[in-house]
Design a binder for this molecule. Structure first.
Ligand code: UT7
Length: 317
């Protein structure tokens, strides 16, 4: 399986740390030093559906195929205003695709989860061209009256087209059920037959320190495992494309694996954590800047709510 095109659509509005400090008790100094984030894009006037559609169209154009050639659409999303139908089904109508569509939700590991599924479909011969869309609007699930989580996230859509051929080497997904460390709970409709507690709404709740520790240990273990299973040595790898949660997490993973700074690119300072959209956004930037060369050995690693993590080895063709 190989990646043949990527696309990105970002909201117009740039929100700096100083802008957030007008609403919650924080500062640019605190956010920049603890997370590396200086600004993020937040959806103000756009719709997530339109951003997802734009990223998808750009990825298909970059892949040099027609929308009619897309055999399957997998959309990775944590939350949007529709519970049903799936976001992928709604975006399908905006891009004139006719293939089957569905959503997956594996939080920040969503892109690599979709890549793993796509590899299974392609390897089995079931589908040839698969469009993966990662459309995320975390700004609408965080609590903007509390400083803990709203400073971390940004909104974005990104997409990738994958097809048969050489590229992906190994991919590994892991989950350890720890729903309390990072979660968002919606309120369901009142049901007169329910005699237990009807359940309450909770905006995104996070035990930041726990998530930090789990993110670093999961990513380090996943990366070591996929690199070893591929038969590579860590020093053979040209680039590590990591989930952009936080610069301190990225630095800590880099230090644990003793990697040089230039092999671990990041853009979290400009985008914040855009959940599953992070990896295709960074990949799209690296491709546009000519920083990924033919034959490059790449490692992907992502982690997030679940607690779920994923890593993959990939040789760029
Ligand atoms: O995809 C995964 C998504 N989640 C993450 O990536 C989060 C991972 N965790 C982290 O990156 C860090 O734990 C945070 C950036 C969230 C927090 O950094 P920390 O160094 O772990 O800080 P802390 O939670 O231990 O809090 C230290 C202090 C506390 O004040 P006191 O008790 O020392 O007086 C907090 O109340 O910092 C305070 N604090 C803030 N201050 C200013 C917490 N959030 C903020 C804030 N602005 N936004």
């Amino acid at each position: 399986m190989r990646i043949i095109g990527t696309g990105v659509a970002l909201p117009q509005l740039r929100v700096t740390n100083d802008m957030i400090a007008k609403y919650v008790d924080t500062s640019d100094e605190w956010v920049a030093s603890r997370t590396g984030i200086k600004e993020r894009r937040i959806i103000s006037t756009e719709s997530l559906i339109d951003l997802g559609a734009q990223a998808a169209k750009d990825a298909v154009a970059a892949a040099g195929i027609d929308m009619a050639d897309v055999d399957l659409l997998i959309c990775s999303n944590v939350a949007n205003s529709y519970v049903t139908p799936s976001l992928g089904c709604i975006i399908q109508g905006k891009i004139d695709a006719t293939c089957p569509c569905f959503d997956i939700n594996n939080a920040c590991a969503g892109f690599l989860t979709a890549l793993d599924m796509a590899d299974g479909y392609i390897t089995s011969g079931r589908y040839k061209n698969i469009l993966i869309i990662c459309a995320e609007e975390p700004s609408r699930i965080v609590d903007w009256t509390s400083r803990e989580a709203c400073i971390l996230f940004g909104d974005a859509a990104s997409a990738a087209v994958v097809t048969d051929g050489e590229g992906l080497k190994k991919i590994k997904l892991s989950t350890k059920s720890l729903p309390d460390v990072l979660y968002y709970r919606r309120k369901l409709e009142y049901n007169p037959f329910v005699t237990k507690d009807q359940g309450e709404y909770k905006p995104l709740q996070m035990n930041g320190r726990e998530v930090f520790k789990m993110a670093v240990s999961a990513s380090v273990a996943d990366i070591k495992k996929v690199v070893e299973d591929t038969g590579w040595k860590m020093e053979d790898v040209d680039m590590f494309v990591l989930h952009q949660a936080n610069l301190r997490i990225i630095d800590s993973i880099r230090q644990h694996l003793d990697l040089p700074e230039e092999k671990v690119p990041h853009n979290v300072e400009r985008s914040g954590n855009t959940s599953s959209a992070c990896i295709p956004i960074l990949l799209n930037e690296l491709i546009a800047e000519g920083k990924i060369k033919k034959g490059y050995k790449i490692v992907f690693s992502a982690f997030g709510a679940g607690f779920s993590s994923a890593a993959a080895t990939y040789e760029w063709k």
